[in-house]
Design a protein around this ligand. Structure first.
Ligand code: PMP
Length: 430
């Protein structure tokens, strides 16, 4: 079975001459799976199409942003109407207030919210506010969690850094990470010890309540409860990075699902309906420190972008009004079961980790509960599986340390065809 990527290959050569690695974001270069990345020109529902005319069932979904699939008519209509009214004003609009109202109603910890353009900015700004609120500098994070590419967070980070097996990034001054400590995920004992040693210096503990950037690894209830209890005991703020999980794992995010209320929350991806929009928010006393209400400076030319905001409102309306999450849960569980049995039939040991509509197939025979166990996933096998699936018209994330996302545009038919493809692709894995 062959896959022609001639035109993509030409575009990739042109791109590599002018753009570092030929891409706008590292994982897109296919470093972990090798070969030519398809250059995409169109998305419709559960499908994407490349410049060579190949069509794939898509499980990347713009890295989780597209919970209703590509070119959802409701989102397209909202965005087109917004563009017709002028693409950006750099001034306040009614729609950002409406979106703030929807978010604060849905997400338990949000009393106030500020809109920004990327998850990176949301996290960076939330931590600035946390440091101002506590008068402390320490940041605690967890190995394998990715919180964007702000200097202070580029230690033991997941996602692209996990794929490239880099522990940190060049160009980050030691002073920028001097106050950051990265601890093992889901390890309550180490967490308690760390708090005993320097808990009083910690401004914020930031965590992905379901990690998506070392592949899908859910936090245990015990770990989340320890995080909440220890931050309260030591006067640190608990920050949930829900850039992926917000409105993905449940209406209102992981905090609504697990009934744990952080002090601050970062949102991105889904809330912008596939446009560049993110947000951070939480306790009123902390958010009141943000400029111009308070002394924490943070601003943005395109922040609260009207097209993104109106697209976000459209998707949230859809998510709220239908039985969306039940549908996503059903489809995703069928997919996870299908992938598990395809691997079993082929005699390939895998762990399929899933929370709601985010899942990862780890090529290892042992449970994956943290960054160390995630790293045991066999990258060569993943690459073989990835290409076997791509040749059969299924686009998986091009790295073993990322999540697959099911959208409302996927149906039983696409899930069935995906499992069929996996049956054959798993047999090619050696
Ligand atoms: N936090 C998490 C949990 C993420 O998954 C990401 C990106 N995948 C970010 C932050 C950074 O968001 P962005 O890429 O929009 O800057």
């Amino acid at each position: 079975m062959t896959l022609r990527l001639d035109r993509s290959s030409q575009w990739f050569s042109r791109a590599q001459r002018l753009m570092p690695g030929g891409v706008s974001s590292p994982v897109r270069a296919f470093g972990a799976v090798g070969g030519t990345p398809p250059f995409l020109v169109r998305g419709e529902g559960a499908y994407v199409e490349d410049v060579d005319g190949n069509r794939y069932i898509d499980y990347v979904g713009s890295w989780g942003a597209l919970i209703s699939g590509h070119a959802d008519p409701a989102v397209v209509e909202a965005a087109v109407e917004a563009v017709r009214c002028g693409s950006s004003f750099g001034a306040s609009t009614p729609w950002e207030v409406e979106l703030a109202e929807v978010l604060c109603e849905a997400v338990p910890s949000l009393e106030m919210v500020r809109f920004v353009c990327s998850g990176t900015e949301a996290v960076m700004s939330a931590l600035r506010a946390a440091r101002a609120a506590t008068g402390r500098e320490g940041i605690m994070k967890f190995d394998g969690c990715y919180h964007g590419h702000a200097d202070s967070l580029l230690v033991q980070a997941g996602s692209g850094l996990a794929t490239l097996r880099l522990e940190s990034s060049a160009g980050v001054p030691t002073s920028a990470v001097a106050h950051t400590v990265s601890l093992p995920y889901n390890d309550v004992l180490t967490l308690e010890e760390a708090f005993e040693r320097f808990g009083k210096e910690v401004a914020a503990v930031i965590v992905e309540p379901v990690a998506g950037n070392m592949g899908v690894v859910p936090a245990t209830r015990e770990f989340l409860e320890a995080l909440r209890d220890l931050t309260v005991a030591y006067g640190a703020l608990l920050v949930f990075d829900e850039v992926i999980t917000g409105f993905r794992v449940a209406w209102g995010g992981a905090q609504a699902l697990f009934h744990i209320r952080p002090d601050l929350t970062c949102l991105g991806k889904i809330v912008g309906g596939g446009f560049p929009l993110a947000a951070y928010g939480g306790r009123r006393d902390v958010m009141s420190l943000v400029a111009p209400a308070g002394p924490v400076y943070q601003a943005g030319t395109l922040a609260g972008h009207p097209v993104a905001v109106r697209a976000g409102l459209a998707i949230l309306r859809r998510l709220r009004e239908s039985a969306s999450y039940e549908r996503l849960e059903h489809l995703s569980s069928v997919l996870a079961e299908g992938l598990r049995s395809a691997a079993q039939e082929a005699g390939v040991p895998v762990q399929v980790n899933r929370v709601a509509s985010m899942l990862t197939v780890f090529f290892t025979d042992r449970p994956v509960t943290d960054y160390e166990s995630a790293q045991r996933s066999d990258g060569v096998r993943y690459a073989q599986f990835f290409w076997g699936m791509l040749r059969r018209g299924v686009m998986l994330p091009p790295s073993p340390f990322e999540a697959m996302f099911v959208s409302l545009a996927h149906s039983e038919e696409e899930i069935g065809r995906t499992v069929e493809a996996a049956r054959t692709a798993m047999r090619e894995v050696r």
